[in-house]
Design a protein. Sequence first.
Length: 675
Amino acid sequence: MPAYICTWSAAAPLSDKETLMIAFRQLALQRAGTVLIEEADLTLHEGYKVGIVGPNGAGKSSLFKLMLGELHADRGDVEMPAQRRIAHMAQEVEALDRSITDYVLDGDQALHAVERDIDEALAAGDDMRYAEALGHYEVHDGYSARARAEQLLVGLGFAQHELDQPMRAFSGGWRMRANLARTLFMPSDVLLLDEPTNHLDIDALYWLEQWLRRYPGTLMLIAHDRDFLDGVCDHIIHFDNRRLALYKGNFTAFERTRAERLLQQQAEFEKQQTRRAELEDFVRRFRAKASKAKQAQSRLKMLERLDSEAPLRAHSPFQFRLPMADKVSSPLLSLDEANIGYGDAPTLTNVRLSLQPGHRIGLLGPNGAGKSTLIKALVGDLPLLAGQRVEGEHLQLGYFAQHQVDALNMEGTPHQHILTLSPKASDQEVRTFLGSFGFRGDDVFATVGNFSGGEKARLALALIAWQKPNLLLLDEPTNHLDLEMRAALTNALALFEGAVVIVSHDRYLLRASIDTFWCVVDGQVSPFDGDLDDYQAWLRTRTGTPAPETEDAAAQNTVAATPSLSEAAPTEAQGDDTTRVDKKAQRQAAAALRAQLKPLTQARDRAEKALEKAQATIADIEQQLADPTLYEEARKAELLTLTQRQGELAAQVEALEAEWLEAEEALEEARGDLA
């Protein structure tokens, strides 16, 4: 069954009078004397998938707390139907003794109450109550609950053998993944997700993106990952100078619309021409040079985006560079026949690689394959179990990982951190440099312990830049960074002339900063011939979840994947006659297999086509519902017809998804029997 197909404990369609609509009316909010929102007026209709963007500290999470009733507006109102069900991911998770699967199941409190009712009825010997409780259990999809919970956990990266382990057995990041699975499992009309991608790798990110696309309720998502916002959202709320602005379309459409507005501010736009000139100069110098051709192409991609992004970047508070050391070595760093890991069992074996000046490498691979372990070995923090690590004479290493943030002096200030590295640096030099990373005025003397996660990450990056590395090793550098800081980092990396190795789930940063990929999988490190789209296709093939394909292609792939048909090669002694017999037998077996699988494949494909058609119709209705004039009194009947049709289609989609799952499971079972 494809990992990107999933079912939900979705709410029954609201009645016509209760069509879900979230409205902010003249909303104003302040916290600790700081005005976060003022005079906000906007309306979100049922089924919207809304990305919420803006600088850290602007009030995005506070908006969620308003909707949850944890905060109260200073003025105005938040209007929502009384019977709506909201699922919201908690920000902290305890290290419980309860298994992760049971923890996810606990998210459906209504189902949990039915289970208690069943137990009480059994204990009391009340047959009538027991029968009634079993009926409620079926209504709440209780019989499929554990399978659905496990599917969510596996999709988010947990291994099958880990599903019965207690929460306390996992690190904080993995407990947050379980917490996300619990939130997705909750039956809901409205789903509020605050930075759900922070603890995910790129594999889990692909899965979550597909799941959210199919979520039938209203989604409100706070995220700083532009590709993720593009893949999921159809509307954007932007926090801009204490106002909320609603944009139709995904993040790219929002950027384009906002850029057009900012283009009118010509003075800001002209500030970007210097950066454009630098990129153009790089392309002119290296476009024809074979060793630099890929890097020139990546700069061309940056130039293509610069026209639409320039005014946004000019508006950004972050404008920094990553200067490079004056001297370099070739190679900068190498590993020779290295075994890497912890204890006696290596995670990676016989690793041979050489990092040259100008290399720009992204590490890909399944969760737990050893990407971060490889980075630690390259840094030298993790001693090799075997083999050699050789540094170039002039290696100047810049390393960013989460523990680098934790290693900051929490009692110190940004100013003191720089002076610790360079005691003779002038006050003005330090202030100017820190200002490019967003630390201005008295912020340079603020105590680091009081900083947010994003501010600490910015300071850690500033310290790396100050030391002028010629090799950057970055392990998830964008965690906790907002969109503007991520864009500034991406631009700085594009102009950095040294070597770069990155592990990141931020696909925008990878596409703009990386020339080649290495794949870390099955204990090996090897070049990956392709881009991120190719990797996604490879990942689907590896996990057995290919994209939809034709009946004939599916049958051919099934035959190729069946060892008894494709791997029975004759020995040399058997001769040509045996080979011909075997090949004939293979063709006959393949034909018989296709004939047996054909009805099941057709049933699966029919359900899939019907599902796609229903979803396309829903999308068309949502497009019509986005028209503000539809809510005028004169068009009331038209609105009623559309919302009724939308509810009917939502129920149809749920039934078709169940039909697809049943057909796919039958097909997989038949393939297994025939293998």
